[in-house]
Design a binder for this molecule. Structure first.
Ligand code: MG
Length: 378
């Protein structure tokens, strides 16, 4: 298994850098948007904002009640595209790092706003890291380009908007009584998501199963350190209508993870192990699938490439989020007709959303028929 993986990495390593150029928007679409004058200037503005969470959010490593974000706008010829960087503290970006990064971005020099590949490649080189800051530009540019073409992104990408998946809804770690109440409140959702990786893992699942048969996905956030224990847990979960297990083991334990995936009766999904496009190949043979998040991978354009690459490798794909406004959630939702599972409940978890966009109706992602990423400010 190990040897096979190394050979694979060697022979396919070149794929990542070169296989994807100029995927969209199609030239024909741009040419048809006649009457459009390419004589505007791209203007970026941004403002820090703090999301207030409805419930205390607890995962294996910490708890919190707010999430900082930076809201971006890119204007061109009177049209405005909206973007967002979401900054959960454990990922290392902050209001300060994002505004510092954005202050170094010069968009005015670009004459062709449709040239997303070149513009976003340049943005990626402004500084290493900073994936959420980069995503805030990528999302705003996508929104802007969609508006200039007067098309929603699912059309530009050629996706059927009815093929969006159900999204999972996260049930936070809490007392058994509170968990039962939260599960009952979440009856409309077709998939529940649970954070595991603590002493109380089995109790949490049993508490949910005492009031609901809804399929569950579990996210261990690297919480199981021993591969035999992890396999035992997955076998136990398999009997309780669990769909897959996200990041069961620490991202440093690659060989243990590959061992586990080979034996696991449920798909394993890499999240913390998979940030960007080049990580998809590294995850092949280690996980059954990947969890793509715009805030990890620098935005929609790279997320789209990751989906295509994972698919070509025969891997499962899930699209996830941080706590985000409907802006970043809507952006991700336009890619969702191409994934197996979505975990895009981030905007439902906050009290002070500032956008109206993709809705979750009877548990299903429902895309708006508006151009761009389909959001309006509220
Ligand atoms: Mg996760």
């Amino acid at each position: 298994m190990k040897q096979k993986r190394r050979d694979f990495l060697k022979t396919t390593g070149l794929l990542v850098g070169s296989a994807f150029t100029a995927l969209y928007p199609a030239k024909s679409l741009i040419e048809k948007s006649n009457g459009f004058k390419m004589n505007g200037k791209l203007k970026l503005s941004y403002k820090p904002y703090t999301l207030e969470l409805k419930h205390v959010f607890t995962i294996a490593t910490n708890s919190r009640t707010t999430t900082p974000v930076v809201l971006t706008e890119i204007e061109y010829d009177g049209m405005v595209g909206y973007g967002e960087a979401s900054l959960p503290p454990y990922l290392g970006e902050s209001h300060q790092t994002v505004t510092e990064f954005l202050s170094k971005v010069d968009l005015i020099k670009y004459e062709n706003v449709f040239d997303l590949e070149n513009i976003l490649n340049d943005i990626d080189k402004v500084a290493p890291g900073n994936p959420a800051a980069k995503a805030s530009i990528d999302i705003a540019l996508h929104d802007l380009v969609g508006k200039l073409l007067n098309q929603p992104w699912y059309n530009i990408l050629g996706f059927d908007k009815e093929k969006t998946p159900y999204t999972s809804f996260t049930i936070g770690i809490d007392t058994p009584d509170m968990v039962r109440a939260k599960v009952k409140e979440a009856e409309v959702y077709k998939i529940l998501k649970v954070k595991l990786g603590r002493e109380t893992d089995k109790e949490m699942i049993e508490t949910i199963r005492s009031v609901s048969d809804t399929p569950i996905t579990v996210d261990v956030n690297q919480g199981w350190k021993d591969k035999n224990f992890a396999l035992e847990m997955i076998n136990w979960l398999k009997e309780r209508n669990v769909l897959f297990v996200e990041q069961p083991m620490p991202k440093t334990q690659i060989d243990d993870m590959a061992w586990l995936t080979e034996r696991s009766p449920l798909p394993t999904i890499g999240d913390e192990s998979v940030q960007r496009l080049e990580d998809v190949i590294k995850a092949h043979g280690v996980f059954s699938g990947i969890n793509i998040k715009l805030m990890k991978c620098t935005g929609m354009r790279e997320a789209h490439k990751m989906i295509l690459l994972a698919r070509a490798l025969g891997m499962k794909v899930m699209i996830g989020c941080m706590t985000e406004t409907s802006c970043a959630i809507s952006a991700a939702s336009h890619l969702s007709p191409m994934v197996d599972w979505a975990d895009l409940d981030g905007a439902l978890l906050i009290k002070n959303d500032v956008f109206d966009g993709t809705k979750i109706i009877d548990g299903k992602l429902t895309l708006m028929e508006r151009p761009g990423i389909g959001v309006v400010k509220t």
